[in-house]
Design a binder for this molecule. Structure first.
Ligand code: HEC
Ligand code: HEC
Length: 347
């Protein structure tokens, strides 16, 4: 017990010295010294990684509150600031969760994501969670280039521009004012990744994080690579083709129970009671029959196509359905959904 207390004392002292000596604006105060809660950005900066362009030195909670309202209410109502709705149709949380979607933050398997969503009562959405978005280094990459073309040029290395592309083109909404973008960034800063969010770091990594000043260049490099590999800085987006008629299983071998989960947690999140879409979906025989009748075709009424392509704006229907990439929904999950629709249509 005595030795434990002593080593704890020593550890804290060393931390205080190590972190305090930095003399940086990010200096950690006495009360805050807690390895598990150290911001990943601070640790990486100590190890020689340059800060990102959107880095925030001092979190401002009033600004973060503006960001919170934009995300969850779709507009701002504070004492000092007011704004109109970003989009008449969507809020950020219709497409993005704000919490983690997997126990292991580098796991992108959609089957595991669905299981996690079920366990933690989360929706299963077409876009990635914005959990940890503050710590990412590139945005809207991969297959989205094919969808949006040049519009994404400025979004790749600027989170602010990525948000603008997203609210305009994915959410069919307006451009955000600078103070709104700033509010969002402060909200993201408030929820930045911390050491406890990276489960792949072991005790020896954590010790090195504490004693970072003692590491030589090689060791520093190894440690920062290890930390960078412990979470995703650039999320991939792999566009999947619409399966041809002879590639489809038509639900054969699909798991209807998992298909029901996909329907509940994904499709109904937007379509139930016409919440986001004008197009109502429910768990009636009629809905199921409609999809089953259209399984061999192409177009918006066809499950294989609407999931992989999403929809496009029409004259009086500006809102569009986002497509699901391979990471967001597997071909097997589509088959599971088809199997569920077939089962429901026969009830
Ligand atoms: C209609 C669906 C939809 C809505 C609503 C929406 N987004 Fe997105 N957003 C997407 C999709 C799809 C992407 C592509 C990458 C992905 O899956 O995260 C994206 C990408 C992003 C990215 C880049 C993330 C990355 O790592 O590449 C940011 C940041 C973002 N959105 C912020 C927002 C914010 C803030 C709001 C609300 C003001 C919002 N989005 C509303 C669908 C949406
Ligand atoms: C992020 C919200 C969202 C999610 C999730 C979503 N949709 Fe949609 N969906 C829309 C929007 C918006 C439209 C555009 C049409 C409209 O709103 O009137 C649309 C259109 C459609 C249409 C075409 C309607 C037509 O006649 O043009 C179908 C079919 C459809 N969705 C099925 C699905 C299925 C199946 C799922 C689950 C795999 C799903 N949607 C998930 C928002 C969503």
């Amino acid at each position: 017990m005595y030795r434990l207390a002593l080593s704890f004392f020593l550890l804290t002292t060393v931390m205080l010295i190590n972190l305090g000596l930095q003399g940086q604006p990010n200096r950690v105060s006495k009360d805050e010294v807690d390895l598990e809660n150290l911001p990943v950005e601070l640790v990486l900066t100590n190890l020689g990684v340059p800060k990102s362009k959107h880095s925030i030195t001092k979190l401002d909670m009033e600004k973060a509150e503006i960001g919170r309202q934009l995300i969850f209410d779709g507009r701002v109502r504070t004492k000092t600031h007011k704004s109109k709705r970003i989009s008449p149709y969507f809020r950020c949380t219709d497409c993005h969760n704000m919490v983690k979607e997997n126990d292991n933050p580098t796991d992108l398997d959609p089957e595991n994501r669905l299981a996690y969503a079920e366990k933690n009562k989360l929706p299963f959405l077409p876009a990635y969670s914005l959990w940890g978005v503050y710590n990412r280094t590139a945005f809207y990459t991969g297959g989205y280039g094919k969808v949006y073309g040049d519009k994404l040029k400025s979004a790749k290395d600027s989170i602010g521009n990525a948000i603008q592309v997203c609210t305009k083109h994915a959410a069919s909404g307006r451009r955000l004012a600078d103070w709104e973008i700033e509010g969002l960034l402060h909200y993201f800063k408030q929820h930045e990744l911390r050491i406890k969010d990276l489960p792949s770091l072991n005790a020896s990594d954590k010790k090195s994080i504490l004693y970072w000043q003692k590491l030589d260049e090689e060791e520093k490099k190894a440690l920062r690579e290890k930390i960078r590999a412990a979470f995703i800085q650039v999320y991939p987006a792999t566009l999947a083709p619409v399966l041809g008629l002879d590639q489809r299983q038509y639900g054969e071998g699909g798991n209807a129970a998992r298909g029901e989960l996909v329907f509940n947690k994904s499709c109904l999140h937007c379509h139930s009671g016409k919440r986001v879409s004008n197009y109502n979906l429910d768990k009636s025989k009629l809905t199921a029959r409609f999809f089953v009748q259209n399984l061999e075709g192409f177009g918006h009424s066809n499950l294989y196509q609407v999931i992989r392509w999403g929809t496009f704006t029409k004259k009086r229907r500006k809102q569009t359905m986002p497509l699901y990439t391979k990471e967001q929904m597997s071909d097997q999950q589509i088959e599971d959904l088809v199997a569920y629709m077939k089962q429901l249509s026969k009830k």
